[in-house]
Design a protein around this ligand. Structure first.
Ligand SMILES: Nc1ncnc2c1ncn2[C@@H]1O[C@H](COP(=O)(O)OP(=O)(O)OP(=O)(O)O)[C@@H](O)[C@H]1O
Length: 357
């Protein structure tokens, strides 16, 4: 199959606020605005950003758990919005989700074995022996003993529950797994085990991941490419290594600067950026980051910056750092660069509360 496994084109989701029976125009929450990206077979794309920037809504749109206001989601070139019953059923086998909270996402009344074989039983009837063999296989896949199939979720640790959640997602042998904050509820040491498990499974089975996280350390560990979201939009999408080595968008730089690192020099450089994340009901005009951005110029207040391709393949939406039509950004984005008039890490950071590294 040529082309990307997953292609997202101009995806937009506005949640209406109220029914608007007596109002002419209904205010909306602009949760996701004009988001585009693709994911190759066997690749991990991470989506990172502060709370409320629209990450989970993207996940729900990909899974067709909510309908988009605009844009398309294509799997192997097929628009999932146009799928009829049978095709939709077949497509559902290919995309699975792993949720944030292993405590609430598993049915407390079912055993681990019943939980992980349930997706298969939605498609075909299994005899008792078949079900047990499948459960044993799936548990082994995620590094658990087959005996665990008889346990209830309440009899498992947080890490074991998340392994059960992953085994369940693997049951239908999907091409793509969407993991929404899949390790956020776990202890750091258990997080590492689960991330390694996901990387192993990816190598063995060639699964693609869309990995959603607010945690930059997790993203740097697991991602190949990273999309940074701010107030519903992607502001920078780059190879993981390049993004962490040299963030281009001022918001990306602020996120990385704010993440707690064991390096005290870096922590001292960071000073809080003015203001809070604006409301998605009435977002700022132009670039949504401009009220908090020390580099903002008049144009940032007026025009939404387009995503502009840079020399290293990343795309950046910033009138100052990646002006559309300016040939300078085609130069390599490492070292001294004419588009870095200010050392951002000297001037800017954001609240570190939900950004860990
Ligand atoms: N069902 C809904 N109805 C109305 N507004 C919603 C709904 N779901 C999300 N929103 C709003 O859309 C915006 C984006 O929310 P979303 O959950 O996608 O962000 P997020 O980046 O995943 O945040 P978090 O990391 O806190 O989960 C927020 O302002 C949120 O309040």
């Amino acid at each position: 199959m040529s082309g990307p496994l997953l292609k997202v084109e101009n995806l937009t989701k506005h949640y209406p606020l109220g029914s608007g029976i007596f109002k002419k125009t209904i205010p909306v929450i602009r949760a996701v605005e004009d988001v585009s990206f693709s994911v190759e077979a066997g690749e991990t794309l991470c989506i990172v950003g502060e709370s409320g920037c629209g990450k989970s809504t993207v996940a729900r749109l990909l899974m067709r758990l909510v309908e988009p206001t605009g844009g398309r989601v294509l799997i192997d070139g097929t628009d999932i919005a146009g799928l009829k019953k049978d095709a939709l059923h077949a497509w559902r086998r290919r995309m699975q989700m792993v949720f944030q909270d292993p405590y609430s996402s598993l049915n407390p009344r079912l055993t681990a074995g019943q939980i992980i074989t349930e997706p298969v039983e939605n498609f075909e009837r299994l005899g008792r022996r078949q079900r047990q063999a499948l459960a044993a296989d799936l548990l082994r896949n995620v590094g658990m003993s087959p005996e665990m199939m008889h346990r209830l979720p309440s009899e498992l640790s947080g890490g074991q529950r998340q392994r059960v959640g992953i085994a369940r997602a693997l049951a239908l042998r999907p091409s793509l797994i969407i993991a929404d904050e899949a390790v956020s509820a776990l202890d750091v040491s258990v997080q590492a085990q689960i991330l390694n498990l996901l990387l192993d499974l990816q190598q063995q089975m060639g699964i693609s991941f869309v990995f959603i996280s607010h945690d930059l350390g997790v993203v740097e560990y697991i991602g190949r490419r990273v999309a940074v979201m701010y107030l519903g939009r992607i502001v920078e999408l780059a190879q993981c290594e390049a993004l962490f080595a040299k963030p281009v968008h001022p918001y990306t730089e602020a996120l990385i600067a704010a993440a707690p690192v064991p390096d005290p020099t870096r922590a001292r450089l960071a000073t809080p950026v003015e203001g809070e994340v604006p409301s998605p009901i009435n977002p700022p005009t132009g670039c949504a980051f401009h009220p908090r951005c020390p580099l903002a110029v008049e144009r940032c207040r007026i025009d939404v910056p387009p995503l502009v391709p840079m020399a290293d393949g990343r795309v950046v939406a910033c009138h100052v750092r990646a002006p559309a039509g300016d040939a300078r950004h085609l130069a390599p984005v490492t070292g001294d660069h004419p588009l870095y008039p200010v050392a951002m890490s000297d001037t800017l950071s954001i609240r570190a509360s939900r950004v860990h590294r």
